[in-house]
Structures are given as structure tokens and as C-alpha cells.
Design a protein around this ligand. Structure first.
Ligand SMILES: *[C@@H]1O[C@H](CO)[C@@H](O)[C@H](O)[C@H]1NC(C)=O
Ligand SMILES: [Cu+2]
Length: 325
């Protein structure tokens, strides 16, 4: 006779093995669309530096915190203008919906110097922060902006380029930090993605030297925004973003910092559907959430409160089966 717990787990185990975690599948600058390189596939012309697997980067000192797992130079650079709306469509490795919903999304830029970024070594980059979004203001459940890209397929993260940024070639690094395991040091999952853009115009905004950071370097595993024991507290605990403050020239330009809200993106491109099928399938390794003890019981120890268990369960459901398209 099967024990009840076995019966409950069987439907989960029977679901197809799908790739959770993910990568930046599309980038929009204004109304122009750029396709990200599928992890580990034959690279195509792209502005997005290709990673080789969709697993999270673990550990604040991991070299892959820079631009993602084994990130490669990208062949292209996209033209952009100060104040342009940019959006980043994160998907699962199989182009399913983004599988996580807890944690901030942060955006950094770094000058590529006199290069056009296509040869620029990002480990030498001096990054400044232009935007960060955490929980949705006024949401009593403490829902994160990240939940919007988890909840609805095709919804992207939005960023506005600083209105007064000086012209030049830049890396723009969009990062999701997933905090569902961040109650332990080393539990946070970093998902960085770097794209190459050439900003025109005649802006004069530049970061101060004191606002520039290296990545890795800017974070530590015990930073308040990375080790977050109260991440599932009710009512939601205030969240402290990791890394440097948003560069002062961005704040004074009135753009960038508030991005993540709908106004950051033109309505014509409000909902962006991922392309119907990938040209090649990523060979990324599978989700650690699935390999490790993944029973609802195990997850419950992370989030003991019923209110949040439902979220975790949604997350799990996506990891297991919802990702099938
Ligand atoms: C990005 O902007 C679109 C269009 O306004 C909006 O539907 C979407 O929710 C925004 N994304 C986030 C993460 O807020
Ligand atoms: Cu993941």
C-alpha cells in the first residue's frame, strides 16, 4: 500500500524533465527587437553576450556574476539614445515563462572605452547602477516586480536609459537575483545578462569614480539584500538592494531609477510574446531546484507560512510542468 506522501509526489515525478532557470531571450530598444543567443547553441549575430547554460550563478564572488555563465563576446552592438525605453525578456531555457518571482531586478552599465564593445573584456568593466526594482510599492503581499515576468508569458523587465547619459559604447547588464533560497548565505541565485549598446546624442552624464564597481566585487554573500532571512516575512520586510546606489547623474536626470513600472515602456510594445519556437534548444543543465530535494515538503521548510507556500508551489509547478509549451 502506498503511503499518502508517495501518492502526492507521484504526479510531480511523472512530469517531463524540463529546463528551469533561464536567460535573456529578447531585448527591445524603443520598438527595435534584438534576439538573445540561446545558451550553448551556435552563436548568431546578437547584441546579447551568450551564456553557456541557464543555471543560476551561485556565490557573490563567482566570476560568472560578471555577465553570466561563461559569457562570450557578442558580434553586434545596437544603437540607442538617451532616454530610450529598453526591455529585457527573460525566459526559461526552453522559452517557457521565467521560473522565479522573488527578488530584485537591477541594471548596470559600463563604458566600453574606445571600443565598440564587441571586443571589450567585461571582467575589466567599471559598472555603475542605473536602475533597480524590488517589491511593488503599496502591494500588501510584498509582491516583487519580478513576479510580473513570472506570472505572464511575454512580459519583460523595463528600464529607461538615463536622459542625459554621455554618448559612447556601453555594456548594459540586466540582472535578476532570485531570493527564494536566500535565507542561507550562498543561497541567492544571480542571473546576469550583458548586452552591447552604442548611445548617441550629446548628453554629459557620467558616473562619479566612487560609484563605479567591479563584478564580482560589488556583492558579498552576507549583504543584506543577498542573505535575506526575512524574505518570506509577513508583513513584508523592507528590502535593502545590494551593490552601489544608483549613479547620481541618473537620479538627477529623472529616469532610470523608477523603471520597472509600466510607464517605462511604450504601450505599442506592452506585451511581448516570445517567438513561437526556438531555433535550437539550449543544452543547459537542469534546475538545481529539481535535482535537489524538491518535494513540497522540502520547500515548505523554506517558506513555512501558508500564504507563501502557495507562491512557492506556483514556482515549483512551473519548474516541473508549467514550463512545457
Ligand atoms: C513593462 O512594461 C509593460 C508595458 O507597460 C508592462 O506591461 C510590464 O508589466 C512591465 N514590466 C514590469 C516587470 O513591470
Ligand atoms: Cu532557476
Amino acid at each position: 500500500m502506498m503511503r499518502l506522501s508517495t501518492v502526492l509526489l507521484l504526479p510531480l515525478l511523472a512530469l517531463p524533465y524540463v529546463s528551469a532557470h533561464g536567460f535573456v531571450h529578447k531585448v527591445w530598444i524603443g520598438t527595435k527587437t534584438f534576439t538573445g543567443n540561446t545558451p550553448n547553441a551556435e552563436p548568431t549575430g546578437s547584441i546579447v553576450r551568450q551564456i553557456n547554460n541557464v543555471d543560476p550563478v551561485k556565490g557573490a564572488d563567482n566570476p560568472a556574476v560578471n555577465c553570466g555563465n561563461d559569457a562570450q563576446l557578442a558580434a553586434d552592438i545596437a544603437d540607442a539614445n538617451p532616454g530610450d525605453a529598453m526591455s529585457f525578456l527573460w525566459t526559461g531555457g526552453d522559452l517557457s515563462k521565467w521560473p522565479h518571482n522573488i527578488g530584485p531586478m537591477l541594471t548596470y552599465m559600463a563604458s566600453c572605452g574606445s571600443t565598440d564593445c564587441t571586443t571589450f573584456d567585461s571582467t575589466k568593466a567599471k559598472w555603475f547602477k542605473i536602475a533597480q526594482v524590488g517589491r511593488i510599492p503599496g502591494d500588501s503581499d510584498g509582491t516583487w516586480f519580478q513576479n510580473r515576468i513570472f506570472e505572464t508569458a511575454g512580459v519583460a523587465a523595463n528600464v529607461t536609459l538615463p536622459n542625459n547619459i554621455a554618448p559612447g559604447a556601453y555594456l548594459i547588464r540586466h540582472e535578476i537575483i532570485a531570493l527564494h533560497l536566500a535565507n542561507k548565505a550562498g543561497g541567492a541565485e544571480f542571473y546576469p545578462s550583458c548586452s552591447q549598446i552604442r548611445v548617441g546624442g550629446s548628453g554629459t552624464g557620467v558616473p562619479k569614480d566612487s560609484e563605479l564597481v567591479s563584478l564580482p566585487g560589488a556583492y558579498s554573500d552576507t549583504d543584506p539584500g543577498i542573505l535575506v532571512p526575512d524574505v518570506f516575512d509577513t508583513p513584508p520586510a523592507p528590502y535593502t538592494f545590494p551593490g552601489p546606489p544608483i549613479a547620481a547623474f541618473v537620479a538627477s536626470s529623472g529616469s532610470g531609477s523608477g523603471s520597472g513600472s509600466g510607464s517605462a515602456s511604450p504601450s505599442a510594445t506592452a506585451t511581448r510574446a516570445p517567438s513561437s519556437s526556438p531555433t535550437s534548444q539550449p543544452k543547459g543543465k537542469s534546475c538545481k531546484l529539481k535535482r535537489a530535494p524538491t518535494s513540497p515538503v522540502a520547500k515548505r521548510t523554506v517558506a513555512p507560512r501558508p500564504h507563501h507556500v502557495s507562491r512557492i508551489m506556483r514556482d515549483l509547478a512551473v519548474s516541473f510542468g508549467g514550463a512545457a509549451h
